[in-house]
Design a protein around this ligand. Sequence first.
Ligand code: NAD
Length: 249
Amino acid sequence: TYDFTGQVALVTGAASGLGLATAGAFAASGAAVLMTDLDRQALHDATDRLRGAGRQVTGMVVDVTDEAQAAAMVACAVAEFGRLDMAYNNAGILGPMGDITDETGEAFDRVNAVNLRGVWTCMKHELLQMRGQGSGAIVNCSSLGGLVGLAGRAAYHGSKHGVIGLTRAAALDYAAHGIRVNAVCPGCIDTPMGDSIDCASMKEFLGRQPIGRMGRPEEVAAAVLWLCSPAASLVLGVALPVDGGFTAQ
Ligand code: NAD
């Protein structure tokens, strides 16, 4: 565990799965946390769950595809808590299953709007704030499908490869400003998104994940917190697999 007392963290897609687990881990480590999500009711329930003795947790409905909302999100963190030290850009959607010839342009645009443009909009406004402060740590959520080719869902895998490109570019642009930008690449993790993958694909995935089980959201949260912590002070521009060995093969 880390002591993030006095620090401010922001998480997108925080109402479910990896975002919820990471917001919980930040709060348990003493950080003030702004949880944001598109789903108002789920966000309301999630912030209620995480609020507890001495914890500073607040929620805001944000669609990461909208740059004005991303800017307002960062402004809200600063208005509520005075600064922004750590951000986990996590919101993402899977899109329909099928090979590239099954995908519509509309589905491609929607997946890329959330997974790729969403990371760009949020990171842009987080960097503007952190640059003024002269410090900060950002973690973007890619996927094992951002590191290797996987059959099906070309739009999703293309967007997740793109997240790694955005991460590396921003890491280089902001290294001299005291800001570290990294990405996590989760494998097969037990979340509502994982539940939406059909049974045959899930069995095939798990068969290829050497650890032989699904990951837990808390295991990804632990990697995000480490990347944000002073323990990772020399680490920037990496795409860290958190995948039970999937991409080591
Ligand atoms: P999830 O579906 O449980 O949670 C995603 C959250 O993002 C939801 O609360 C949803 O409301 C929110 N969201 C969707 N669109 C949004 C938008 N436009 N603006 C703001 N919020 C929005 O999924 P998860 O499994 O926790 O996935 C989190 C991230 O991890 C995603 O980027 C996903 O691609 C990535 N990932 C997941 C796995 C896995 O196995 N679960 C593997 C690799 C990568």
